[in-house]
Design a protein around this ligand. Structure first.
Ligand SMILES: Nc1ncnc2c1ncn2[C@@H]1O[C@H](COP(=O)(O)OP(=O)(O)O)[C@@H](O)[C@H]1O
Ligand SMILES: [Mg+2]
Length: 446
């Protein structure tokens, strides 16, 4: 039996913020999947997830653009999607396909994913373009985060499990690989990112936008915003009220001059599932979640609740990172100080992969206090952290490749101009080359 939603989608609400809502107005509340079971998702849920897939060129999600036409799901978990692209030969197809697959194959109960590709009709294409233009020009943009940036929320059930340590170390490891990595310290009550990354200073605004503080690492760099740059002491943030905190996070999403070449934005979430978390999940439907937990088995229920919140907001759960895993003593003996198996247990419970186990190690703590992320060192924890960053970039959350249609057209145009330049004059051919190489790429990778 097929549960089909072909035809339910209508051009809906115009604002990107509202588009975070899963269904068009008047539609009944979707049946949400239970992450603890393995029954397949509903077609409505699948379409909700597709709202997290952004066409990197048009900057809107594929449901809003009318590209995701509908989904069917069989009882045994075969998900079939109809996706119509602006042109069937669009090189962005590979990127969109990767995003769709990443979101669906990791879902519990999904056994197979088939994408039927089609092409929008001329009218649909005009409508999609008009929609994209409208979003860019008329609406206040939902966020100032570039559509080519992969947004990864680092979340945990409770505080003290090493969420900030994992966020800052993964950010440093990704930067070391050559990526441009934003770090948003959304744990406003307990911000610690500036200290852990050794980034200090005042946030200044330019042209009405907050400028993140920058730290170069290897061939990459970090771009950091935190309440820590606005208040003097870690303690004084406690005086801020809930509503103001929510607004601060909203400003971090909307009013920061996140650079256009940002490959990743890592968000250090507050622990648990409060208002700030819900607000962020609604504002960033394209975000993907990493869940940090300890090896203690009894901590899993509270961590699973966070995964559940993510799933209910149609965010993809990328995987679980177990922190404070066994301590390896200098004599090589191993000690499971905080229990064993918690990471794997949680991963099994929510149907996501266990991405790595970071051992307890004084360097993580000491280096964090000194603003010198342990991941840049040579210890066993550093190796684990770098391995997790690598598997994220290579497999689970690869950066957006902007070998898109318009980028290619631009390249062709620049090549034609080059040829023209060469014919007409022989002076300063280097200019055109510089312009071209900075126009097509999206990353600061080496
Ligand atoms: N793998 C680890 N080994 C040793 N100490 C760690 C490790 N991970 C975190 N810590 C320490 O534990 C404390 C809590 O970590 P933190 O990252 O601040 O947690 P959270 O952000 O979840 O509250 C910090 O003092 C940190 O230095
Ligand atoms: Mg923290």
């Amino acid at each position: 039996m097929y549960r089909s939603v072909f035809g339910w989608w209508k051009w809906g609400d115009p604002t990107p913020r509202e588009s975070a809502r899963p269904l068009s107005a008047g539609h009944t509340t979707p049946i949400l999947i239970d992450v603890a079971t393995t029954s397949p998702p509903t077609p409505d849920y699948v379409m909700g997830l597709m709202r997290g897939v952004i066409d990197p060129e048009l900057g809107s999600d594929i449901v809003e653009l009318g590209m995701a036409k509908g989904a069917t799901v069989t009882d045994d978990g075969w998900v079939r999607l109809q996706i119509d692209l602006t042109t069937s030969g669009c090189p962005l197809r590979a990127q969109i396909q990767k995003d769709i697959r990443a979101r669906l194959t990791s879902l519990p109960g999904v056994t197979r994913v088939t994408i039927d590709w089609g092409e929008l009709t001329q009218d649909e294409r005009s409508e999609a373009m008009a929609k994209a233009r409208f979003n860019v020009s008329q609406n206040a943009p939902d966020t100032s985060i570039p559509s080519t940036t992969k947004v990864v929320m680092v979340a945990s059930g409770k505080g003290g499990v090493g969420k900030s340590s994992i966020t800052t170390n993964l950010a440093a490891a990704l930067a070391e690989q050559g990526y441009a990595v934003g770090v948003m310290d959304a744990d406003i009550w307990g911000f610690s990112v500036p200290r852990m990354l050794g980034v200090d200073g005042d946030l200044v605004s330019k042209d009405g936008k907050i400028q993140p503080l920058v730290r170069e690492i290897g061939t990459g760099r970090l771009e950091v915003v935190s309440m820590g740059f606005l208040v003097d002491q870690e303690d004084s943030a406690l005086m801020w009220r809930g509503l103001m905190l929510n607004r601060a996070v909203q400003h971090f999403c909307q009013d920061v001059a996140w650079p256009s070449d940002l490959d990743y934005l890592l968000i250090d979430m507050p622990p648990g599932t409060g208002d700030v978390q819900m607000g962020l999940a609604k504002m960033l439907p394209r975000a993907e979640m990493l869940i940090v937990t300890t090896p203690a088995l009894n901590a899993q229920k509270v961590a699973a609740r966070v995964a559940d919140m993510g799933a209910k907001n149609y965010l993809r759960i990328v995987g679980v990172i177990e922190n404070m895993s066994e301590f390896v003593a200098p004599d090589g003996s191993r000690h499971s100080l905080f229990g064993e198996g918690g990471g794997q247990q949680l991963a099994d419970d929510i149907g996501a992969p266990l991405l790595g186990q970071v051992p307890i190690e004084p360097a993580v703590s000491v280096n964090g206090d000194q603003g010198d992320p342990a991941a840049l060192g040579e210890t066993p924890a550093a190796e684990q952290l770098r391995a997790i960053a690598r598997v994220l970039a290579e497999e689970y959350v690869p950066p957006v490749e902007m070998a898109g249609c318009s980028a290619r057209m631009l390249d062709a145009a620049m090549a034609a101009l080059d040829a023209l330049d060469e014919n007409e004059s022989s002076t300063e051919p280097a200019d055109a080359t510089v312009q071209r190489s900075s126009s097509g790429g999206s990353s600061g990778r080496s």
